[in-house]
Design a protein around this ligand. Structure first.
Ligand code: G3H
Ligand code: ZN
Length: 308
């Protein structure tokens, strides 16, 4: 089916108390793994293109891979720009057919973040495309951040309300205890802060970034309080590379067909994505007609198995 926008599936997630996984893909095998997982789980899915993926594959090529995979799928697939750097890049993605945008002005002063996010949202909405914005800052593990720095960068609930009212953004990425690109799931989210932000902007689906470093119990708790989109990147790369190393070691050195090695990587990524879809409660929310079930009630997340 054609790509869908993130608007309808994230509203359904917010109302149904589940979260839609937003998975980063850098190559064909990762795109296929993510869409195959969505088909097997009957889950809506967001494929997102990061700044690194744009540098690696090119914007048009990255978009084309997702569109090709979505065209063959009978579950809703969204093509999302992850951490859009500026106004111009968002417009390029609109032209390239992205069905969900992000402007990340979290490093900019507040008024500049408001101004650019509003401009992006205005133009995107004319084209029927929703926009994610970021308030507070989700820091990078590579910068060696301390707990104090993570806390100081967290989103302020009152400011979140002002921000959403003034910008018209559709979803809000919040800083609530996670850090990008952690190598293991150790972080606990600040659930009280998530509750306060959700109370301040109850109709805005909240986005969790840096989920690879977050304990699964904490993710499940966050979903109960308004987190409706969860970004997953690092743990997919870990699964891909681990499987690649294993298959390189398993085959004789004279085996030169890369497909034989990459099959294992694709399967490994698919299993992680399936596990996360079950954890987030999005599995089984797509009906046979291809829409996210509006009747989804509070779902019990499956936190069994942490093999990811
Ligand atoms: O925008 C992408 C994410 O926030 C992914 O974070 O690499 O820690 O899973 P992660
Ligand atoms: Zn992120």
């Amino acid at each position: 089916m054609p790509l869908v926008t993130s608007k309808e599936i994230l509203q359904a997630a917010l109302e149904g108390h589940f979260a839609v996984g937003a998975f980063n893909a850098n190559n064909m095998e990762q795109v296929q793994a993510i869409v195959d997982a969505a088909l097997e789980e009957r889950a809506p899915v967001i494929l997102q293109v990061s700044q690194g993926a744009i540098r690696y594959a090119g914007l048009e090529f990255a978009a084309a891979m997702v569109k090709a995979a979505a065209a063959e799928a009978d579950v809703p697939v969204v093509l999302h720009l992850d951490h859009g750097t500026d106004f111009d890049q968002n417009i390029r993605c609109l032209r390239a057919g992205f069905t969900s945008l992000m402007y990340d002005g979290s490093k900019a002063p507040y008024e500049e973040n408001v101004a650019v996010t509003s401009r992006v949202a205005h133009i995107a909405h004319v084209c029927g495309i929703p926009v994610e914005a970021e308030l507070g800052r989700v820091l990078q593990a590579a910068d060696g951040v301390t707990d104090e720095e993570v806390r100081a960068a967290m989103t302020d609930p009152a400011q979140a309300r002002d921000f959403v009212e003034r910008t018209g953004c559709d979803t809000l990425a919040i800083a609530c205890g996670s850090v990008h690109a952690m190598q293991s799931a150790e972080a606990e989210l600040d659930i009280e802060r998530i509750k306060a932000i959700h109370a301040a902007i109850p109709e805005t689906p909240l986005v969790l970034h840096g989920s690879s470093g977050v304990k699964e119990e904490s993710e499940v708790e966050a979903i109960k309080h308004g987190i409706s989109k969860i970004n997953v990147a690092t743990m997919l790369n870990q699964a891909f590379t681990r499987a690649l190393r294993e298959s390189l070691a398993a085959f004789p050195p004279e085996e030169s067909d890369p497909r034989k090695y990459l099959l294992a990587s694709r399967d490994a990524v698919k299993e992680v994505v399936r596990h996360k879809m079950r954890l987030f409660g999005s599995s089984g929310t797509v009906t046979s007609s291809g829409f996210v079930s509006p009747a989804t009630t509070h779902r019990t997340a499956d936190i069994g198995g942490t093999e990811a």
